[in-house]
Structure formats: structure tokens, C-alpha cells
Design a protein around this ligand. Structure first.
Ligand code: ATP
Ligand code: MG
Length: 257
């Protein structure tokens, strides 16, 4: 049995259909990358999974349990097991690294101050930033900020980590660092990892499996080698850097010149 399953999921915003029939299974321990053009529904997929967006049809299962349709209260224990690194995963500028990392712990878990400090120390060291508890976000580079956000997601010791565009906006050195870190965490603390990106190079480098979404469906799923060997023109387009974007995004891009 898969750890996570989207079965026949439908999702629309008014007339805008994002998912017509989403079917995807995610195995425990795997590092799965979801790839798709801008506006194809990658962030929506992750938000549906943790119950931030309701689905219009179909089902989502986690660990054998149908979670779609859960109330907020029912989702609370799920959100302790499935942590998300948000696309705009900003840190609170008025809190130091320790308090940023401790945020979810204080909100979700009943821990003593000593336990909080210990967990923050562990989480910062997992992302290669030991001893930075007292540092302020303003004094951190973009790559370090990402890593502190990742430490915040890790702090609750989740079984599943969802990463929404973890490398976007970083310079090439930091892209590699974060990509290495994602692989390392997947192996070392044995989380199941779901990475959303439109960066094909990163996807090919880090993934056990890549699922490609387009026009409301998973159009391809396979290992990096299978992706490289595919002669599906939509897959080739991606590899060659011509990822399609949805109509709204295209209009936006065009009006921006
Ligand atoms: N809360 C919302 N209300 C209305 N429309 C939404 C909402 N969230 C997403 N959408 C629309 O759903 C579509 C998919 O959005 P989503 O954010 O999942 O795209 P994405 O694949 O993550 O794109 P990007 O690569 O740019 O982050 C887009 O057309 C978007 O405008
Ligand atoms: Mg997105």
C-alpha cells in the first residue's frame, strides 16, 4: 500500500479546472519530484494534501486513511506527520533563527522549554547550520534562510516533507546545496519527500521518481533514466526547457513584456 494516494481527484477554481482526474501514488521513503509548468497545479496538489484546499471530487488517502473531507481538527494530527516547506516560505523577521524553528513546536506540540531548545538544535544541525540559534533573518543569506525554513519544517519530526519550489530564486551554488540537502535528509532521517519544481535539472539529479503534470493529469511518471529515455514529446519539451505554462500565466507574462 502506498503512503499517499490521490485517487480521481478533481479541483477547479470557478471555471478554471486545475485537476480533471488526478491519480498519483507516493511510496513510503521515496523521493518523488512533481514537475510541471507554471500554473499547472503543483502548489495546489500539495495544499490539497495537507487540507489547505478542499477537493471537488475523488479521494486523498494518507497511511490507509481517507483524509479528504476531514475537518481542520481532524487534519491537525496529519499536519504533524506531513510538513511543508512553502514556496514563499518566509521567516519571521522579528524572530531569531531559534524562535523561527521553534514556531511549529510551540504551536503544535506540548514541549518543555528544554525540549524545544534541544529539538531546535537538532533541526538546525540537520540543515548544516549548527549554533545559529541567535542569528536574525536579516543577517542570513538567501540560501541560509531556506535552510532555516527547512529546519522549521523538520522540527516536528515529520514522516513526509513537502517542498514547494525549494531552489527557486537561489544562486547555482545554493541550488546544489539545497538539492544535496533534500537527498541527504531523505536518506538520513528517512522521510518521504515530495519536491515540487519546474527545474528539470534538479529533478533529474535528486529524484527516485519524477511525475509530470499537465492540463489536469499526471502525463508521465518514471525514474530519471526513464524520463531521459522517453520519446513522449511533452516530456522532451520539458527536458529541453520548453515547459508549457497555463493560459492565465501566459497572459500575465505577455502583459509584463
Ligand atoms: N486559491 C486560489 N484561488 C483561485 N485560483 C487559484 C488558487 N490557487 C491556485 N489557483 C489557480 O490554480 C492554478 C494552479 O495553481 P498552482 O499555484 O498550483 O500552480 P503551480 O503549478 O504551483 O505554478 P508555479 O510554478 O507558478 O508555482 C493557477 O491557474 C492558479 O491561478
Ligand atoms: Mg507553485
Amino acid at each position: 500500500m502506498s503512503l499517499i494516494e490521490f485517487r480521481g481527484v478533481k479541483k477547479a477554481f470557478g471555471p478554471k479546472v486545475v485537476y480533471q482526474d488526478l491519480n498519483l501514488e507516493i511510496e513510503e521513503g521515496e523521493l518523488l519530484t512533481i514537475i510541471g509548468g507554471s500554473g499547472q497545479g503543483k502548489s495546489v496538489m500539495l495544499k490539497m494534501l495537507i487540507g489547505l484546499l478542499e477537493i471537488d471530487g475523488g479521494s486523498i488517502f494518507f497511511d490507509g486513511q481517507e483524509i479528504s473531507g476531514f475537518t481542520d481538527a481532524q487534519y491537525a494530527p496529519i499536519r504533524r506527520r506531513v510538513a511543508m516547506l512553502f514556496q514563499a516560505g518566509a521567516l519571521f523577521d522579528s524572530l531569531n533563527a531559534k524562535e523561527n524553528v521553534a514556531y511549529g513546536l510551540r504551536e503544535q506540540l506540548d514541549m518543555t522549554e528544554k525540549e524545544v531548545s534541544e529539538r531546535v538544535r537538532e533541526s538546525l544541525s540537520h540543515v548544516g547550520l549548527p549554533g545559529t540559534e541567535e542569528t536574525w533573518p536579516a543577517d542570513l543569506s538567501a540560501g541560509m534562510k531556506k535552510r532555516v525554513s527547512l529546519a522549521r519544517a523538520l522540527a516536528i519530526r515529520p514522516e513526509v516533507l513537502l517542498y514547494d519550489e525549494p531552489t527557486t530564486g537561489l544562486d547555482p551554488i545554493n541550488v546544489t546545496r539545497i538539492a544535496d540537502l533534500i537527498v541527504d535528509l531523505n536518506d538520513r532521517i528517512q522521510v518521504t519527500s515530495v519536491v515540487v519544481t519546474h527545474d528539470m535539472d534538479t529533478a533529474l539529479a535528486i529524484s527516485d521518481r519524477i511525475a509530470m503534470i499537465q492540463d489536469g493529469f499526471v502525463i508521465f511518471s518514471g525514474t530519471p533514466d526513464e524520463v531521459r529515455a522517453s520519446d513522449d514529446p511533452r516530456v522532451r519539451d520539458f527536458i529541453e526547457g520548453n515547459a508549457p505554462v497555463d493560459e492565465d500565466t501566459e497572459t500575465l507574462l505577455r502583459s509584463a513584456g
